[in-house]
Every structure is written in C-alpha cells, then in structure tokens.
Write a new protein. Structure first.
Length: 137
C-alpha cells in the first residue's frame, strides 16, 4: 500500500504518470527480490526493462491509499513479462499494464536465461502485494 503524497501529483492534482511508473518500478524490484533474484550476497543477476506499456484508467488523488499487485504474465527463456495493477481503495483499477525485462549477468554484462529462483516463483503463481514499510518514493 502506498499513499499519494503532494510530490506524486501534477498540476491537475492527481497522480503524475511518472510517479505511477516509479511506483511500478519499485513493485517490480520487490517482486524480483521476493522471487530470490537479489539475495543478501553479491548481486550477480539484474534485470533490464526492454518494454513498458501501462494504461491509466482512473485518476488517483492526494492522500489516496493505493495497492500495487505484481505477478508474472509470461516467462520466456531470457525474458520476463510482469503484469502490474495499481488498485484504489474502492477496488477499481487505476493503472495496469506490463513490463518486459531481460535478465543480465551483471559481471559479464550479457543476457542470460531466467534463473531457477524466478522460474520457481513464476510457476508458483507468486504475486507480490507491496507493503507500506518496504515502499517509499
């Protein structure tokens, strides 16, 4: 859950599209972390976004509480498509869409097959609901 703050809004007083993308980026990072991509050791693998497509369906305003849910939509050999939703308190979807990323070996700087930990998280239908304590922009 996140609360829309003044710095997240634009001149019209609603959630700015850039802030929404940042929220979804944080949620994506949390999904990868919970899926085991980033453990407490040295970071070997990372992801690079190669395509983003979000639809803005409802306005979100200052002080609104929003929930972000992220799940795997499709898993390729070297790519992952995550589906994101920003959900309002009345359970309507404010923003939804997908982000496609490739996995990279951070030392060699090359794309690599999706690691087993992410395959396991994807096959378990793991969905991440971002908690307030782990989320700040």
């Amino acid at each position: 859950m996140i609360i829309v703050k003044k710095e997240h809004t634009d001149g019209l007083g609603h959630l700015n599209h850039v802030a929404a993308v940042r929220f979804l980026e944080k949620a994506r990072g949390e999904w990868y972390r919970q899926g085991g991509l980033h453990d407490n050791g040295p970071i070997r693998y990372g992801t690079v976004v190669v395509n983003i497509n979000f639809d803005y369906r409802r306005e979100c305003f200052l002080d609104e509480t929003l929930r972000i849910v992220t799940r795997v939509e499709r898993l390729g050999t070297k790519s992952i498509v995550l589906w994101h939703e920003i959900i309002k308190e009345d359970k309507t979807v404010a923003v939804n869409g997908r982000a496609t990323s490739v996995v990279m070996d951070m030392n060699q700087r090359i794309t690599v097959p999706v690691p087993a930990c992410i395959v396991a998280a994807a096959s378990s239908n793991c969905a991440v609901d971002v908690e307030p304590a782990g989320f700040s922009i």
